[in-house]
Write a protein that binds this ligand. Structure first.
Ligand code: CA
Length: 244
C-alpha cells in the first residue's frame, strides 16, 4: 500500500513523535525540511556542521539522523562512520552528489538509505518512514500488534499507550523507556542497557536518571504506583515488564 500517512495518529502532537536530527548546512533547505518534518509529527533537532551534529547526536540520542554529506567542517562520510561507532539510529543520507561511488560508500559506512538532491518531500518522508519501520521490524515489533499486559496496552507503531482503555500521555523519555521494556517484555533489561538505549551510550552510569523517570512512568501506567504490577524492579540488575 502506498500510504502518505504521518508516522503517528493525526491527533498526536509533534511533542511526542520520533526525534530527527537534521544535519544540513544549507539554511533554506534546512528550514524547508524542518517545517515538513514538524508538520508530519516529528520532533527535530538541528545541526549545521559535523561538530554540532556529533554533539547533538550524543546528547539527544535521536531516533533517526538525516545527514547531508557536504558539510563545512567535516566530510559527511567521515561523520557517518564516527556516529556508527556508537549509535544504531537509522541514518538517511541526503546529498547533491549523484554518483554511485558515494552512494556505495555511504551505505557501506552504515547509512540506511540515500536520497539525491533535489528530491520531493513525499519521497523524503517515505524514506524516513521506511528506515524507522526497519528499526522496529529488527526489534521484533512487526508481527506483534499492540502489546498488552493486564490493563496496559502499548502500540509501538502508533506510539500510543493506554491504561484501562484510557490514553496515557507520556513524555518522549518516558515513552522510550516503556517501549524498550515492551520490546524485551518478560525479560530483565539491565539498567545500563536501558540508559544506553534511552539517553545514549555515554549515560550508562546515570542510574539516578532511571530511578527518577521510573517514578514518573509508574505514576502514569501503574494502577498502584507504590506496588508496581507491570514495571518490575529486579534489584541490582534492572527492570522487567511483567506479562499477565
Ligand atoms: Ca551541504
Amino acid at each position: 500500500m502506498c500510504a502518505l500517512a504521518t508516522p503517528q495518529s493525526p491527533q498526536a502532537s509533534s511533542s511526542d513523535g520520533p526525534l530527527v536530527l537534521l544535519v544540513e548546512d544549507d539554511e533554506s533547505l534546512q528550514a524547508v525540511l524542518q517545517a515538513t518534518l514538524r508538520a508530519h509529527g516529528y520532533r527535530v533537532s538541528l545541526a549545521q556542521s559535523g561538530k554540532a551534529a556529533l554533539l547533538e547526536a550524543r546528547t539527544r540520542n535521536p531516533d533517526l539522523i538525516v545527514l547531508d554529506l557536504g558539510l563545512p567542517d567535516m566530510d559527511g562520510l567521515e561523520l557517518l562512520v564516527t556516529i556508527r561507532e556508537w549509535s544504531r539510529a537509522p541514518v538517511v543520507v541526503i546529498s547533491a552528489r549523484g554518483d554511485e561511488r558515494d552512494k556505495v560508500c555511504a551505505l557501506d559506512g552504515g547509512a540506511d538509505d540515500y536520497v539525491t538532491k533535489p528530491f520531493g518531500m513525499q519521497e523524503f518522508l517515505a524514506r524516513l518512514r521506511l528506515s524507522l519501520r526497519r528499526v522496529s521490524d529488527r526489534r521484533g515489533v512487526k508481527q506483534a500488534g499492540p502489546f498488552r499486559t493486564g490493563d496496559l496496552v502499548v502500540d509501538l507503531h502508533a506510539r500510543r499507550v493506554s491504561l484501562r482503555g484510557k490514553a496515557v500521555r507520556l513524555t518522549p523519555i518516558e515513552y522510550k523507556i516503556l517501549a524498550t521494556l515492551v520490546v524485551h517484555a518478560g525479560t530483565v533489561v539491565a539498567g545500563r542497557d536501558l540508559l544506553a538505549e534511552v539517553w545514549g551510550p555515554q549515560y550508562v552510569e546515570q542510574h539516578r536518571y532511571l530511578r527518577v523517570y521510573m517514578v514518573h512512568l509508574r505514576r502514569k501506567v501503574e494502577p498502584t504506583p507504590s506496588a508496581p504490577r507491570y514495571i518490575l524492579t529486579e534489584a541490582g540488575v534492572g527492570y522487567r515488564l511483567g506479562i499477565e
